[in-house]
Design a protein around this ligand. Structure first.
Ligand code: G3P
Ligand code: MG
Length: 246
């Protein structure tokens, strides 16, 4: 039985503008188990959902996300770049996504982005919000900034966490468990061998590759027993999982 959880990467971002409510809703409708999305702070320290630290690629704004208040960010289109029918999509706040998720039971991989000097603010604003909506059991906090993950674990040890890596680590088990104290290893596909995956799973580390959009690769990671996969195409991933389970 394949149990790999399918996380729609920035929502169903193959078909909808990334990190918008329409991409998250589509992921839910397709049957994904969860969504992955990126969070950083606005100028007035409100967590907002956007990948880049600048606005140009995915909005009609200019400059740094951190230079604008949430009200200013909310007035931008986060969908027009993807297609005219998405022009009314706004940048979601984390709170909006949490409200939505608490109504539909989706798992949430919240990727912490943003400036390293804001680590304390990130933790002090994001974790209490997750607690307010009673979503601690549904959330994985992940980041390329492993120090923010370490601090999150000190703040709230019960929250599930993961480090994201872009290189193959020499001893990921020791690093994840003993140095950072996290539970998950989110690795850039294809930077892990099957035997390494087997050892990590055996040692209790949750492994989830990103970003996997090819049928064959999805099938391989599911057969390895990865706890999750991040994909822009949750429809395809669901089809692959269903076929493997037949
Ligand atoms: O969380 C996995 C993946 O999203 C990390 O890379 O750049 O897509 O946020 P990125
Ligand atoms: Mg991400």
């Amino acid at each position: 039985m394949i149990n790999t959880a399918i996380f729609a990467h920035r929502g169903a971002s193959k078909f909808f503008p990334e990190n918008t409510m329409s991409a998250f809703e589509a992921a839910h409708l397709y049957g994904a188990d969860g969504i992955e999305f990126d969070v950083q702070l606005s100028k007035d320290l409100v967590p907002v959902v956007i990948h880049d630290t600048t606005l140009e690629r995915t909005t009609n704004g200019l400059g740094k996300v951190s230079s604008y208040t949430v009200e200013q960010l909310k007035s931008l289109s986060a969908g027009e770049w993807f297609g005219p029918r998405f022009k009314d999509e706004a940048i979601p706040t984390l709170e909006e996504v949490l409200i939505w998720a608490s109504e539909n039971g989706m798992k949430l991989n919240i990727e912490l982005k943003g400036a390293i000097h804001q680590r304390n603010h990130v933790i002090q604003t994001i974790i209490p919000l997750i607690k307010d909506y009673q979503l601690i059991d549904k959330v994985i906090l992940s980041s390329f900034d492993h120090r923010v993950i370490y601090q999150a674990i000190q703040h709230t040890p019960e929250i599930e966490t993961a480090v994201i890596v872009t290189a193959a680590l020499h001893d990921p088990e020791a690093y994840v468990k003993r140095i950072v104290g996290a539970r998950g290893y989110h690795f850039l596909s294809p930077l892990l061998l099957e035997e390494e995956a087997r050892d990590l799973i055996k040692s209790g580390v949750n492994i989830r590759p990103y970003t996997v959009n090819e049928r064959d690769q999805l099938a391989i990671y599911m057969k390895w027993g990865c706890q999750g996969v991040f994909t822009d195409d949750p429809k395809l991933a669901i089809e692959v999982r269903e076929q493997l389970n037949c």
